[in-house]
Design a protein around this ligand. Structure first.
Ligand code: PMV
Length: 327
């Protein structure tokens, strides 16, 4: 029997090899494997309480009650927990981010990782890391990668049972910093759940997916060897391949703003002309994640902040696993 209440914390992650497109949209079985780093400085804290007095699930984000599709997505995960545990109660979910919501930083990865860990514990389920990663995946694909620690690979699998993420190196393995150049805080026009459904309409998606094992192997090796040059090459290539698919889908998705391209070009210049170890990657939005070793991160943040159109820079090193907090 569960304690009915539990609280968990999780970090968002930045993908070095991107997840884009699903083989099964409902279960979020991805078209390709992906690889990411958790972001220690950014945290979502979520409390789940299964209560006998509720007649439906409730979701309170940053102190505000939320209904509609966001609540339905949370209920989907809670219903799996109910089915697995036999708990019949509805839940109240309260979730807070320590980073500005609407600042253009995706919070679905940390949100669903924290939800999976808290909901399972509140229902009295003692799940393995793999099972928690699978559970988080039903809410958001990238959330499966926010369950294990540090540098994480999501094995695409062939079914619900074998599609989960594993840690390939702990956070202490490599002190990389993600300097996030925020160029827009507007809500994105097409979110990733919708975007994944468009991937197949691009003639480039099949090529991108077929080549994914090669890029994953290069990225995994670069991380294990702490080879920044190799990492920079593969991360930027993979980012361009995903955005090529986005930009050639029907309808086409163009997430970049003029300032996005300015940051990309500056980072390229700093690396190729000045030898500064920096590389960029971009998700389904206009902000640019600039990766570098800790030794140059202050310098990189200073330079990014000085570029026209960059409103703010957030920085984070590698983060740990999603974890249960004492109630
Ligand atoms: O987990 P979702 O559905 O929010 O998709 C994430 C998609 C990207 O951020 C663009 C890539 C990734 O692997 O994180």
């Amino acid at each position: 029997m569960g304690t009915w209440i539990a609280t968990a914390e999780a970090h968002p992650n930045i993908a070095f090899i991107k997840y884009w497109g699903n083989r099964d949209h409902e279960a979020r079985l991805p078209s390709n494997g992906s690889l990411s780093m958790n972001l220690a400085a950014l945290t979502t804290r979520t409390r789940v309480a299964f209560r006998p007095d509720l007649s439906a699930d409730r979701l309170i984000l940053q102190g505000r009650e939320v209904t509609g599709p966001a609540l339905a997505r949370v209920s989907r995960v809670l219903s799996l927990v109910r089915a697995w545990s036999g708990v019949a109660r509805y839940a109240e979910v309260r979730s807070e981010n320590n980073f500005p919501t609407g600042a253009g930083i995706a919070s679905s990865a940390s949100a669903f990782a924290a939800l999976a860990v808290a909901a399972a514990a509140a229902a009295g389920l003692d799940l393995s890391e793999q099972a928690l990663s699978r559970l988080a995946r039903w809410g958001s694909g990238s959330a499966s990668r926010s369950v294990p620690a540090g540098f994480v690979e999501w094995l695409p699998g062939t079914s619900d049972e074998d599609s989960y993420a594993v840690s390939i190196a702990p956070p202490e393995h490599w002190d990389l910093v993600d300097c996030i150049a925020l160029v827009s805080t507007e809500h994105k026009a097409v979110g990733s759940s919708q975007g994944h459904r468009l991937a197949e309409s691009s003639p480039y998606q099949a090529v991108r997916v077929a080549d994914a094992p090669r890029r994953l192997a290069l990225c995994r090796e670069a991380i294990l060897q702490r080879d920044f040059e190799a990492l920079a090459d593969i991360v930027e290539l993979d980012c361009h391949m995903m955005h090529a698919v986005m930009q050639t889908s029907t309808p086409a998705l163009l997430y970049w703003e003029p300032a996005t391209v300015r940051v990309m070009q500056a980072v390229r210049r700093w690396r190729t002309r000045e030898g500064l170890p920096v590389a960029y990657t971009i998700d389904a939005g206009p902000n640019v994640h600039v990766l570098c070793p800790r030794a140059v991160s202050e310098e990189v943040q200073r330079r990014l902040q000085a570029l026209p159109g960059v409103q703010r820079v957030l920085a984070s090193g590698p983060g740990g696993a999603a974890r249960l907090l004492s109630p």
